[in-house]
Design a protein around this ligand. Structure first.
Ligand SMILES: [Zn+2]
Length: 576
């Protein structure tokens, strides 16, 4: 009631993007606690945020309290009320399947485990013609003929009868799919088999012929790419590119350099783990589906007061988060390991295990003490983002919450930069101001990174880099990792899709050059757009890279070669 009143009174155009992001984070935590079983739509969040932006703007009260009280009030009655109705119908099927997949990862041995294409099966994929899967349905003979007419190999899916665990049997068979042909109108809420087939198709982003009403609904619910293929010839073409993308990703090292998965609370109540497949955008099962081999997990700290008390709390929280991340990696050690150097990450990938680096987002977490930087290094941190949405004792922020983005490092910040150089820690300039960026170009002896950033030329958000910065970053030998945060990519948040991401990406490549660009999703921290909404969607980026005409060598650089090169250089300069 109150919400509607405010919403009616205050115009929505003046809302502030950054506040929206803070709310995204806090609402996400609340959603997890309330165990609402799927994300509220972006539209909901946008309404909440417009509203909160206005309240904060007008009231000047303690922002955190206002945000959480209002967001809680809004969530209490809004999220469930506006949840798309159709999700309820297959939520149970999908969640049960995700639980089975998590259990399978927990218990299956390395030999037995389904990954994208372990070892030899990958070579088997380097094939033409492509293989098009057909589900068990009365029209199957007709569909087989259609596939054969296109010069492709039809693959009949396991039938609906006699399967002990349909989720896992369909997943195992999915290793052989390049595309899927389902009859018109075949996916239905009443037919669990059809939903499981559809779940497998969408989990792995396999191209499919999709025209049925139910498919469209499921599509919107899962925020897939808006373009289902509409004819068989188109499907065959897409399937060929998809296969190429999968093969390519299997043969190279692939890393996403910024993911906020480890929220302490999630670890403690058991909802979050790298070993699980659930509503989190990340995790090992989704990494397998998307062709991702490594990720930087983030210990994130909101900016608090820069005083002794605030610093002590920040250090304590940071240490706790790092130990929780490490404990989770350890408890999934048959599937993954902690990496602190490029060599360690490549060795893990060669064993078929995922490599997790750890990054600290916000130097607030070193608590005003240079000695803590060494401690971070010893704990396995590989990079530190110097600040977040607020100025701190190290530097100024790019966000409008800061004093002036032309201001840069503080005198203490200059010492931090030198100490990080000395210890071989990467300096992350996503979030810091332009002033800080140019100060770091001046003071850092090692190349710099922007672990999750965008470009101003495509959309003039304060989290983007301008062309001069992109050129300077390239000259410095550094790298920009492009994010997937919808309202940082374009103005009309909620409509953003993977093509908007590619626009930022392609511009960065044009200006900085192909050796200085990569991917840093910011998943579980605000990242996620249509067609690129989790680790399992990463293959879609490779598909679009291939369509754009990038070479396999360039794609290898984008997916990790560039980032590892910078890490190697930063680490090799340490101690000098
Ligand atoms: Zn961030």
């Amino acid at each position: 009631m109150l919400i509607c009143l405010f919403f009616a009174i205050y115009p929505i155009n003046d809302f502030r993007d950054n506040i929206r992001l803070v709310i995204l984070k806090s609402t996400k935590a609340m959603i997890q606690r309330k165990t609402i079983s799927c994300k509220p739509s972006r539209r909901n969040l946008r309404l909440i945020c417009y509203f909160c932006g206005e309240v904060i703007f007008l009231s000047n009260m303690n922002k955190a309290i206002v945000i959480s009280v209002i967001a809680a009030a809004v969530l209490a009655f809004r999220v469930e009320a506006q949840e798309p109705v159709y999700l309820d119908e297959f939520r149970a099927v999908f969640e049960k399947a995700d639980a089975e997949i998590s259990e399978y990862y927990r218990t299956a041995g390395a030999e037995e485990r389904i990954t994208d294409c372990p070892g030899s099966c990958c070579r088997a994929f380097a094939r033409t013609p492509v293989r098009i899967a057909i589900p068990d349905c009365p029209q199957a003979p007709e569909l087989v003929a259609m596939v054969e007419d296109q010069g492709c190999i039809p693959v009949l899916l396991p039938g609906r009868e006699g399967m002990e665990n349909p989720t896992m049997e369909l997943r195992k068979s999915s290793i052989g799919w390049d595309g899927v042909l389902m009859p018109e109108g075949w996916v239905s809420f009443e037919d669990e088999y059809s939903l499981l087939v559809y779940k497998t198709v969408t989990d792995w982003n396999v191209p499919y012929l999709g025209t049925s009403e139910a498919t469209m609904l499921v599509d919107r619910g899962l925020r897939r790419l808006p373009c289902a293929v509409s004819d068989v010839a188109g499907l065959v073409a897409e399937a060929g590119i998809y296969r190429k993308a999968r093969n390519l990703m299997e043969g190279i090292f692939t890393i996403d350099t910024h993911c906020d998965l480890p929220e302490g609370e999630g670890y403690r109540n058991g909802t979050v783990s790298v070993g699980k497949r659930n509503r989190s955008q990340c995790g090992i099962p989704k990494m397998d589906e998307g062709g991702l081999k490594a990720q930087v997990l983030i210990s994130f700290l909101n900016q608090g007061p820069d005083d002794e008390e605030g610093w002590a709390a920040a250090v304590e929280r940071n240490l706790r988060q790092i130990s929780e991340i490490k404990a989770d990696i350890e408890s999934n050690s048959s599937l993954c390991g902690l990496a602190t150097t490029p060599q360690e990450a490549l060795a893990l990938a060669a064993e078929g295990r995922k490599a997790f680096f750890i990054g600290l987002e916000n130097a607030y977490g070193i608590g005003g003490d240079l000695a803590n930087i060494r401690k971070m290094k010893e704990l396995g941190i590989t990079y530190i983002t110097l600040c977040h949405f607020y100025d701190n004792y190290v530097c100024h922020t790019s966000s409008q919450h800061g004093e002036d983005p032309s201001l840069g490092l503080t005198p203490f910040g200059i010492k931090v930069v030198r100490e990080m150089n000395r210890l071989g820690l990467m300096i992350d300039l996503s979030h810091p101001s332009a002033g800080t960026f140019w100060d770091c170009i001046k003071y850092s002896k090692a190349p710099l990174i922007c672990s999750h950033s965008g470009v101003k030329a495509v959309y003039g958000h304060d989290r983007g880099l301008d062309d001069d910065q992109l050129k300077a970053l390239a000259a410095n030998g550094g790298v920009i990792q492009v994010y997937t945060v919808d309202n940082f990519l374009r103005r009309e948040a909620g409509l953003t899709d993977i093509y908007d991401f590619m626009e930022h990406f392609n511009h960065a490549v044009e200006v900085a050059g192909p050796d200085h660009v990569g991917i840093g999703s910011d998943f579980d921290g605000g990242g996620g757009v249509i067609g690129l909404n989790g680790d399992n969607d990463m293959v879609n980026i490779t598909v679009l890279m291939l369509k754009h005409g990038y070479t396999p060598e360039q794609i290898e650089g984008f997916w990790g070669g560039n980032f590892l090169r910078v890490m190697k250089e930063v680490q090799s300069l340490s101690g000098r």
